[in-house]
Write a protein that binds this ligand. Structure first.
Ligand code: FAD
Length: 351
């Protein structure tokens, strides 16, 4: 037989929080499996976040199955580094068989199995769980003139710390948490302008990830019972973490409408206004990283294969895990990843 081909029962693609949660339940079920991860080290997307990023929720509210995240000494909302340490220890604790760096290039139908082709050989498996996240597929809208801009343009994925922007004029684009946090990070050292498509919606100061999760849970329950979730409105998109709150209190959290055009030296609006800038940071989100599934030729809906929770309707040997509510309630969060992974593994091991 081909030495480059390894047979197993389940291949998990991606070793971030979603992939590890799947690994936990596969190990418990005694199913032979492997986790293939493109990174050099554990942590998934968390290892790439900006230095000042902290979780929205206390450690106790961000558990993977089996072993909750330990507290970070002296810190209520853990840093991204702390999450990386947690995921690293989690892999070790449950002896999860993660191979890295291994990049999956294609998943193909191979008669009675799915063939998972990588830069380190091929795995054949009865089931594949795709848990590749979205960090590697940044979304950046096209704006007229963008290619002529003389300064730097970067995306959330490129941003690490404010120092390189000290003394510069920076335009931050986007109405979500990444934009608000990066703006807050930059505001003390740079002249930062915030542009959003819609007026940003700020949460009340006392709302953190715990409240958001509870509200989302109640909404989902109400929907299941065919009711509208009354009294649960009024929450915004942006969590007022300490840095964002500080920026607001200093008057730095002011949003402008989205500009219409990019000039070589700045951004311009149709009414003639103009802001000169040295850099534009696009905090405009992500798209599920599913390119490796293209060879399966699956019909898509809204850019993704059609799913019933995690199971792919048009290829039932395939599960999608961690890509947001379409692949299980709150599946893109630490606390939600476990629940959906449990369901996916139960379906797989039921046969
Ligand atoms: P990832 O962590 O992206 O892991 C996917 C893994 O798959 C990566 O290691 C990647 O290298 C690998 N991979 C991708 N493609 C391939 C391939 N073809 N072959 C092999 N491997 C591949 N969540 C919370 O729960 N609480 C929070 O407070 C919170 N705050 C956040 C704040 C910000 C600013 C951001 C951006 C996110 C936050 N999140 C939070 C969300 C959370 O970080 C992500 O949703 C989570 O990392 C997604 O996990 P994942 O395992 O699905 O994907």
């Amino acid at each position: 037989s081909d030495p480059e081909v390894t047979n197993t029962e389940v291949v998990v693609i991606g070793g971030g929080q979603a992939g590890l949660a799947a690994g936990y339940f596969l190990r418990r079920a005694g199913a032979p499996f492997v986790i293939l991860d493109a990174e050099d080290r554990p942590g998934g997307a968390w290892q790439h976040y900006w230095d000042s990023l902290h979780l929205f929720s206390p450690a106790a509210h961000s558990p993977l199955p089996g072993w909750p995240m330990p507290r970070q000494p002296g810190v209520e909302y853990p840093s991204a580094d702390h999450v990386v340490d947690y995921l690293t220890a989690y892999e070790g604790r449950y002896e999860l068989p993660v191979r890295r760096p291994v990049t999956v290039r294609a998943v193909r139908d191979d008669d009675d199995a799915l063939a998972v082709e990588t830069d380190r050989g091929t795995w054949r498996a009865g089931h594949v769980i795709s848990a590749t996240g979205s960090w590697r597929r940044p979304h950046r809208p096209r704006v007229t003139g963008g290619e002529d801009f003389a300064g730097r343009q970067l995306h959330t994925v490129d941003y690490r710390r404010p120092d390189p922007f000290a003394g510069q004029r920076v335009v931050v684009v986007g109405g979500g948490n990444s934009a608000a946090q990066i703006l807050a990070d930059l505001a003390p050292v740079a002249e930062a302008t915030w542009c959003t498509l819609r007026p940003p919606r700020l949460m009340p100061d006392d709302v953190d990830g715990r409240v958001l999760f509870d509200v989302a849970t109640q909404r989902a329950a109400a929907r299941r019972h065919g009711q509208e979730a009354e009294g649960l409105g009024g929450l915004g998109d942006i969590v007022m973490v300490p840095s964002v709150r500080a920026a607001r209190d200093r008057g730095a959290l002011v949003a402008h409408p989205m500009f219409d055009r990019i000039a070589p030296d700045g951004v311009a609006w149709e009414d003639g206004s103009f802001v000169a800038c040295d850099a534009i940071i696009w905090c405009t989100g992500f798209t599920p990283d599913l390119a490796h599934l293209a060879p399966l030729g699956l019909p898509t809906e809204g850019g993704m294969p059609r799913t019933e929770v995690t199971r792919c309707l048009d290829e039932p040997r395939l599960h999608l895990l961690g890509y947001g509510d379409r692949t299980g309630f709150a599946s893109a969060t630490l606390i939600g990843a476990g629940r959906t992974a449990k369901g996916a593994v139960a379906e797989i091991t039921r046969g």
